[in-house]
Design a protein around this ligand. Structure first.
Ligand SMILES: CSC[C@H]1O[C@H](OP(=O)(O)O)[C@H](O)[C@@H]1O
Ligand SMILES: Nc1ncnc2[nH]cnc12
Length: 291
C-alpha cells in the first residue's frame, strides 16, 4: 500500500481550494524550471491533498506558456499519486450544456508549441497513451460529481488546441462533425501525456462553459460568457473536490490499470549510452526505473 496524495490542477477560474487542514503554499523547485505557482498542500478527511493553479494565481500563464513539465515533476516530487485536472471547456454537443461537467477519457492533441516529454536525446522513452486517463480516478470523479449534485457526463473526447485564440468556425465544425470531438480546451495536452510519463494516475473534469463557435443559436465564444459560467461552476468544482478524499482513501493499492507502471518497459536507450545529466533531471519522474 502507498499513501494517497491527491493533487488538483485548477484551470481557468479556479485559483485556490478551501477547507484543507494545515494548508500552506510552498515553492517547489524542479529541474524543469518553476511550476506555474507555489503548491497549496494540506489534508482533507485525513487524506493528503495538493492544489496547483495551472495558470498561476492571477492567471499569469497562457495555455502555451504553462510550464507543464515543471508542474508534473513538482507534483510527483512532493509525493502526489493521483492528479485531477479541472478545466474550462467548450462543447461540441447540444446535450453537453454550459454548467455541465464531462469526465473526459480521450484526447486529440493539436498543440504544437509545447515541450511534450520529459525524455529525449540520451534517454529515450515511449509510453502508451492509448488510454490517457485513469478509469479508477475517473470513477471517483463521477461519483464525487454526482454526490456534489453536479450534472455530469461520463466519457468524451477533448480536442486540445494551441490557442490562445479560439477556433475559427471552419475548425469548430471540423472538430465537431468530422472528428467527432465532444469538448475543446487548450491545456490538457501535454499535461496528460506528462502525467503518464511520470507514472501518475490522471483524470480530467471538463467544466462546460460555452458551445465554441459552431452553435447557430449561441453565436461565437467570448471570455465574458465563459467567466460568467465559471463563476457558477467554481463552487460546484470545489464541492466535487471535497468528496474525493473519502472516495479514494488515505492509502492506495497499485493502480489496477497500470498508470503507476507506465515506464516499466518504455525506456529504449541502453544503460551505458544514457546521458547522466538527463538521467539526473529524471530523478523524480523516472527514479523508480532509472535507479
Ligand atoms: C478562459 S477561456 C480559455 C482558457 O480556459 C481554459 O483553461 P483551463 O483548461 O486551464 O481551464 C482553456 O483551456 C483556455 O486556456
Ligand atoms: N471554446 C473553447 N475553446 C477552447 N478553450 C476553451 N475553454 C473554454 N471554452 C473554450
Amino acid at each position: 500500500m502507498t499513501e494517497t496524495m491527491i493533487a488538483v490542477i485548477g484551470g481557468s477560474g479556479i485559483y485556490e481550494i478551501d477547507g484543507l487542514e494545515g494548508a500552506a503554499w510552498t515553492k517547489v523547485e524542479t529541474p524543469w524550471g518553476d511550476p506555474s505557482d507555489e503548491i497549496l498542500s494540506g489534508s482533507l478527511n485525513g487524506v493528503k491533498m495538493a492544489f496547483l493553479p495551472r495558470h498561476g494565481r492571477g492567471h499569469v500563464h497562457s495555455p502555451t506558456t504553462v510550464p507543464y513539465r515543471a508542474n508534473i515533476d513538482a507534483l510527483k516530487r512532493i509525493g502526489v499519486t493521483d492528479i485531477i485536472s479541472v478545466s474550462a471547456c467548450g462543447s461540441f454537443r447540444e446535450e453537453l450544456a454550459p454548467g455541465d461537467f464531462v469526465i473526459v477519457d480521450q484526447f486529440i492533441d493539436r498543440t504544437f508549441a509545447r515541450e511534450k516529454s520529459f525524455f529525449g536525446t540520451g534517454c529515450v522513452a515511449h509510453v502508451s497513451v492509448a488510454h490517457p486517463t485513469c478509469p479508477r480516478l475517473s470513477d471517483a470523479c463521477e461519483t464525487a460529481a454526482k454526490s456534489a449534485g453536479v450534472k455530469v457526463h461520463r466519457g468524451g473526447t477533448y480536442l486540445a488546441m494551441e490557442g490562445p485564440q479560439f477556433s475559427t468556425l471552419a475548425e469548430s465544425l471540423m472538430y465537431k462533425n468530422s472528428w467527432g470531438c465532444d469538448v475543446i480546451g487548450m491545456t490538457n495536452m501535454p499535461e496528460a501525456k506528462l502525467a503518464r510519463e511520470a507514472e501518475l494516475c490522471y483524470a480530467s473534469v471538463a467544466m462546460i462553459t460555452d458551445y465554441d463557435s459552431w452553435h447557430p443559436a449561441h453565436g461565437e465564444v467570448e471570455v465574458a460568457d465563459i467567466i460568467r459560467v465559471l463563476q457558477g461552476n467554481s463552487s460546484k468544482a470545489k464541492a466535487l473536490v471535497s468528496q474525493l478524499p473519502k472516495l479514494l482513501g488515505a492509502e492506495r493499492d497499485d493502480c489496477p490499470h497500470g498508470c503507476d507502471k507506465a515506464l516499466e518497459f518504455a525506456i529504449m536507450t541502453a544503460p551505458e549510452m544514457r546521458d547522466p545529466a538527463l538521467v539526473a533531471k529524471l530523478d523524480a519522474v523516472a527514479g523508480r526505473v532509472l535507479g
